[in-house]
Design a protein around this ligand. Structure first.
Ligand code: SF4
Length: 338
């Protein structure tokens, strides 16, 4: 905690005790780095300054502001949780870990973070940084990918948390993992090296133990940017996928190697990695003569580029668009936040 006093980064969500703002920051940071998440935090808080504003916002405007952050279920759960706070907690954010964890999208880590940062409840936070710090300092060999890990590390962290300053302890241990005890740390300047088990036993690179990840599935996606009468053929994704509610061009999934008609090939975005998927994407610009009667595939609509610009889109599509701004129809859909 003394180290934290000297080394902490000044971040806006650390200057507040407002549980709503802290919650927003924690949800953003669940799968996003601080530098990337910061402008989103500020924009979202400016657009929805209180939980009621978020609860009552049109989903499309929330997704639009979330655009580029990925993992859109987080945004949808944010809104669901805000509506629940309005309905079940009379609009005031729940004040205890046990209540906070009932909100959609809030797991043990996020609930502990909000309960301790906003309300000084002595609940230890355990995230990837905390796993790493504790595993090294105490020489814990539990596989952090195992189902037992959370319980083991939570119990250890809980035994260390000082009741008079749980927020300070939680902030400190996470920041220590983020800045000092990093995956490849500089132990020579570390204040804990005299007591650190991993350092003493020369096992810093071995800990924490993490078993191999599940196999990544490869997906091929082919976008046809079909243009006619200065409009493009697009659709909103439905179903329960991670891109639900986001908009895209005409999509053909799977290999298109068999296709042999002349076409204009656009620059492909780099291979896109999601948690368990690796997406290889190709795109073509298809200009259809104005008077040609094209059968519109189910689920698709014609839309002007400026209207499409205002829709939420997956980051893969944003990359595709910004990489191909020499294509006139795409110039009008250039995204705001890049
Ligand atoms: S000595 Fe190295 S491994 Fe141990 S806590 Fe410090 S930075 Fe981490």
């Amino acid at each position: 905690m003394a180290w934290y006093t000297d080394h902490q980064r000044e971040l806006p969500w650390r200057q507040t005790k407002d549980p709503y703002a802290i919650w927003l920051s924690e949800i953003i940071l669940q799968q996003t780095r601080v530098a990337q998440g910061l402008p989103y935090y500020e924009r979202l808080l400016a657009a929805f300054p209180a939980v009621r504003d978020l609860a009552e916002a049109p989903e499309a405007s929330l997704l639009r502001l979330w655009q580029g952050l990925g993992y859109y279920s987080r945004a949808r759960n944010l809104q669901k949780a805000a509506q629940l706070v309005m309905r079940d907690f009379s609009g005031s954010f729940p004040r205890t870990y046990d209540d906070i964890i009932t909100l959609p999208g809030v797991g043990p880590y996020t609930a502990a973070a909000i309960a301790s940062f906003a309300f000084d409840e002595a609940k230890a936070v355990v995230d990837g940084n905390v796993f790493r710090v504790l595993s090294r300092v105490f020489g814990v060999e539990t596989d952090i990918a195992s189902s037992a890990a959370r319980g083991v590390f939570t119990e250890l962290a809980q035994s260390l948390i000082p009741p008079q300053n749980p927020a300070g302890f939680n902030q400190a241990i996470m920041e220590f993992g983020a800045l000092q005890c990093t995956p490849a740390p500089d132990c020579s300047i570390c204040p804990l090296r005299v007591s650190c088990a991993a350092f003493k036993e020369k096992r810093v690179n071995e800990l924490p133990i993490k078993s191999k990840k599940t196999k990544v599935k490869e997906i091929e996606m082919n976008y046809l940017i079909i243009e006619q009468n200065s409009q493009i053929l697009v659709r909103e994704r439905v179903g329960n996928g991670i891109w639900k509610g986001l908009w895209e061009f005409y999509l053909i999934e799977g290999s298109l190697d068999w296709l042999a008609f002349p076409r204009k090939v656009l620059k492909s975005p780099p291979v896109h990695l999601l948690s368990h998927r690796k997406i290889k994407c190709e795109a073509w610009h298809v200009q259809v003569p104005d008077n040609f009667a094209l059968a519109i595939p189910e689920g698709y609509v014609w839309m002007s580029p400026s209207e499409f610009e205002s829709k939420g889109k997956p980051v893969l599509l944003l990359n595709l668009i910004t990489d191909n701004l020499d294509c006139p129809i795409l110039q009008d859909i250039s995204p705001m936040y890049l």
